[in-house]
Design a protein around this ligand. Structure first.
Ligand SMILES: Cc1cc2nc3c(=O)[nH]c(=O)nc-3n(C[C@H](O)[C@H](O)[C@H](O)COP(=O)(O)OP(=O)(O)OC[C@H]3O[C@@H](n4cnc5c(N)ncnc54)[C@H](O)[C@@H]3O)c2cc1C
Length: 464
């Protein structure tokens, strides 16, 4: 089986954790002939060399000045041209990178390289010369005919090299080597542009501290509080002509358009046709897995810029301004698209989580049964921080945050959670945030409406 794994070097110089999981999953496939493919500066060659010790028989680095500054569409184009020279039955890549964290490059590449996509893969169930079957975040079994492309969740840690392993070869290819059109590569080939960035102050709240005994009442109040619909949160603003694909992104569409219209969710062929025929300024998709896959594939089909996971929109000089967290949530970026209509996915999470989510952080490790019982008492569901997942205490499916899920329940109860930015970006749109932590200075209290200075163990006093 000829398997190509797309890997990207992170800001820390190491492999992107999602791509590391994809590489490990590839190495576990019997009789896999693995080729690593990366686009980046020449400095990435050293990382690829190290990675070849783990089992890849070949590594290719696409490095050229014309590749610099590429957005997801330009990246997908460049990788797709290189793939013409790398026979591939199965392509694996991480769900997202930590730098861009859009989750778009894989699905876009699947269109440009003619591969059947399966996204958010948790496990490969079977793989034959005809088809691959996977368990994903939302489906127990999803099959795709080969050649296929899988985007892999952070479900595995990469193995360590054995002492007998040897370093392989890294071939460096330029745009000329692969016959890429420089006008479709790098900054020149990128329809989306970051026009401004600023520190992310999002999610900060004024915290009211209460005694432990008042916690049940605070939860009940939060559940009773009417969640303000998005349409009220985002002031209506301009005359842009905007389509919403499905109902979920409609409040965002109405925030920048007096006559926003809904385009029914349908297959990508139909959507691409309707969008091509519609004289509009922007098209918005939801952020559920199906909508994100559709948006990326439609954007690649039509050669349009796509901005992922917007948390706000605005209109500027008749153009759509798309606002989203960036760089692991530490910045807010304002983005415009040179192509029309501008495409965007907007944060519409929340449906799946129900009213109350109770998140256990490392501080709750010793009192997990108490936290579970508390969640049950208030008909809530359990969630986790990455540390609880990395320690093997709770499964990855429950992780909230940058490399986990994005949630927006009516009440978010964080127990033993410190409040790292990587966690906050995944829950800052919740209705009421309540934090329980014995450290009154824990950062989580900056992102909470209600605070209880107590240990997780003390919560047992609230149980029958
Ligand atoms: C690239 C990247 C991506 C990441 N992605 C994510 C992500 O998606 N999701 C995520 O959650 N993290 C993510 N992280 C990790 C994140 O930075 C933090 O390390 C993590 O969120 C911390 O988890 P925690 O709050 O459970 O643990 P800690 O930071 O260890 O905090 C534990 C807290 O428990 C409190 N405590 C101690 N004892 C008790 C007790 N008895 N009862 C109650 N509380 C107690 C402490 O005061 C402390 O505040 C990512 C990190 C990186 C670098």
């Amino acid at each position: 089986m000829r398997i190509t794994v797309c890997v990207r070097q992170g800001l820390d110089g190491e492999i992107n954790p999602f791509d590391a999981a994809a590489y490990e999953v590839a190495l576990r496939i019997p009789d896999a002939e693995v080729t690593l493919l990366s686009m980046g500066p020449l400095g990435a060659r050293e990382l690829l060399l190290r990675l070849t010790r783990l089992g890849a028989r070949r590594a290719v680095l696409l490095s050229d000045a014309v590749f610099a500054g590429a957005d997801t569409l330009a990246t997908a184009y460049t990788l797709s041209v290189a793939l013409k020279k790398i026979p591939t039955d199965l392509l694996l890549c991480g769900r997202q990178t930590l730098v861009g964290d859009t989750g778009q490059t894989g699905p876009m590449l699947s269109v440009l390289a003619g591969l059947s996509p399966v996204t958010e893969v948790m496990e490969i169930l079977s793989c034959t010369s005809e088809a691959v079957c996977c368990r994903t975040r939302t489906e127990q079994a999803r099959s795709a005919p080969l050649p296929a492309l899988l985007t892999v969740e952070r479900v595995a840690n990469l193995r360590l090299p054995s002492i007998r392993s040897r370093v392989g070869e890294v071939e460096v290819w330029t745009a000329a080597d692969i016959g890429a059109d420089p006008a479709r590569c790098g900054l020149a080939g990128s329809p989306t542009r970051v026009v401004e960035t600023k520190e992310n102050q999002g999610g900060r709240r004024r915290c009211r501290f209460i005694p432990l005994t008042a916690l049940p009442e605070a939860i009940a109040e939060g559940l009773a509080r009417r969640q303000q619909p998005l349409s009220e949160l985002l002031p209506a603003d301009s005359t842009l002509r905007v389509l919403a694909v499905g109902e979920a992104p409609l409040p965002y569409a109405r925030s920048v358009s007096a006559d926003a219209r809904v385009l029914p969710l349908s297959c990508e062929e139909t959507l691409a046709e309707e969008i091509q025929g519609a004289d509009v300024d922007a098209v918005l998709f939801g952020s559920d897995p199906q909508s994100k896959l559709l948006a990326a594939r439609v954007a690649a089909r039509l050669g349009l810029g796509l901005c992922a996971d917007c948390t706000a929109l605005a209109a500027e000089d008749g153009e759509l301004l798309m606002i989203r967290p960036a760089l692991a949530g530490s910045l807010m970026a304002k983005i415009k698209s040179r192509t029309r209509p501008a495409l965007a996915t907007v944060r519409t999470a929340g449906e799946r989580e129900g009213a109350l989510l109770v998140t256990a952080g490392l501080g709750a490790r010793q009192a997990l049964d108490t936290v579970r019982a508390l969640a049950e008492r208030f008909s809530g569901t359990l969630a986790a921080t990455r540390r609880m997942v990395d320690e093997g205490v709770l499964p990855y499916e429950l992780q909230v945050g940058l490399t986990g899920r994005t949630v927006a329940p009516a009440v978010y109860l964080a127990v033993g959670v410190s409040g790292a930015v990587h966690h906050i970006v995944g829950m800052q749109r919740s209705g009421t945030v309540i934090a329980v932590n014995p450290d009154p200075k824990a950062p989580i209290f900056n992102y909470a409406d209600v605070g209880v200075v107590a240990t997780a163990e003390e919560l047992s006093a609230l149980l029958p």
